[in-house]
Write a protein that binds this ligand. Sequence first.
Ligand SMILES: C[S@@+](CC[C@H](N)C(=O)[O-])C[C@H]1O[C@@H](n2cnc3c(N)ncnc32)[C@H](O)[C@@H]1O
Length: 535
Amino acid sequence: MPPLPDRPAAGAPPLAAFLPTPPAALPRRAAAAAAAAMRATGLPRRRLPSRCGAGRAPPLPPLPCRGAPVPVVTASAGGGGGDGPRRSVFTEPPSAAAAGASAAGEAAAASRALEAWLVDNGVYLSDKSSWGRAPHPLAIANETTDDGEPSGRGLIAVKGVVQGEPLFKLPLTVLLTKEVALKTFGAAMPPDTDDFIAIATLLIRERSLGDASFYAPYLGVLPADEELTPLFRWSDEEMAWLAGSPTVAAAASLRRKVASEYADANGPDGLFGRTRSVFDPAVFTEAAWEWAFAVLFSRLVLLRGSGTLALVPYADLLNHNPYCGAYIDTFQENFTGEGYVCVFTDRPYGKMEQVYTTYGQKTNAELLLLYGFVVDRNPYDAVDVSVAVDEADPMYARKVKFLEGAGQEEGSSVAFPLYADRYPMELIEYLRFCVATEEEMDSGADWGDFVCERNEVAVAQALLGACTAALSGYMRTLDEDDALVRDRGTYSMLSLKQRAALRQVRGEKRILKRTIANTQKEMQTPRMLFTSLNS
Ligand SMILES: C[S@@+](CC[C@H](N)C(=O)[O-])C[C@H]1O[C@@H](n2cnc3c(N)ncnc32)[C@H](O)[C@@H]1O
């Protein structure tokens, strides 16, 4: 059995589900699971509304079931705050100015070393044109900001870039892939090793080699351990700022998954345990494993052209913009058939503008969990709502049996995304079934369509109840959050993580409030209720 199963017991998704993906990624698991359940149970399947279907990002780990009445939005709590150091142009006290200057010098030197390595490996980075080659249009910016927050290195245009222009051509020889890992570790790594594990293991080995590694100049620009701040690495104290958010459970689930994969690899029959002569316990530590996975979650790319997962030096310096449609992929030279990695721009860029890619149509929760940042005005933002049959429902046993027949475990819930302006029709179909009376169940209703006014109003009430319950689980109200953000003095005292958490929960509360307002408005005309909301 592969070490990263599709449906681990902890409820986390396969790690590969977190890849930065080009548009047209997989639909959300929850919606897909529900749709599958509906298919299996004879409930009709509907296409998701436009932006939450084919283009949706991979899902977060499903929320835990709490056996609460229909429907439930889960909440968790912690306590306190705090942050580790991170490269920042904003937060350094004057006494750290000298250290900051030397850190900036080191960052610039590391970027130059990466460029020199790329040139040595055949990448054209000259700002002059040569035979058949346009000048390279980009430069590495060692400090970038996004929405006023530091976003690490990035790539900026050093000349105007036209739409559709190739930004660079990288040979496949600079990539870190499973194929390279298999060659490197030989018989010590079985060919069926999971891609994530193979590349993480390769990364740990290469880092341990220091300057002797072929990839040393690339490793030199990877964020330092303490700069990798995806949510699954936050402490309980730091998580307290997210109390009430479904991200708390998602982070705990991913943390458990990463730890359990290490335990498996390190066990006597695991990848490391089996061949200690190759996998030195002093090198392949749990801390190294966590670092490697934090790197992979935030940088690994699925190259659709070749179906390969890869770390792509240089291309992975591109920061994410949810409005950008350009993504990293493999292509082939016309005459030689040789493969290369490239990004074609989806819009023109002016000189000195930061050039972006897309990590896929991800919610802020997904971005925070895997990459450690959130985006204001993220058009793909959503908050998960978990739905289950109410245990107090007189039809509970019948409904659960029906769902069990469709593969849903008793007492489990199904998570659906709520967007600021829409929600999946699968949620409504599922709720129509969950709130149905005996008569409605007996009527052979088509849950994909309006059942009756009573049912539709009960669905709306269930949705309102879920949103209200979710809002009451947070530490502060949305108004209090807004006041905190407006109070620039206090806001600037918050750590990066606290500010990210604040932006995350504000986004969730806004969606919940908008859903409440929209649902209340639409309740005036129940016949049209859940059709007009999504049209
Ligand atoms: C693939 S790397 C991009 C290069 C990265 N900035 C660096 O310094 O190496 C992804 C990481 O960049 C940062 N990042 C990317 N896009 C961002 C954005 N829009 N806002 C804030 N941080 C961003 C996050 O730290 C994320 O984990």
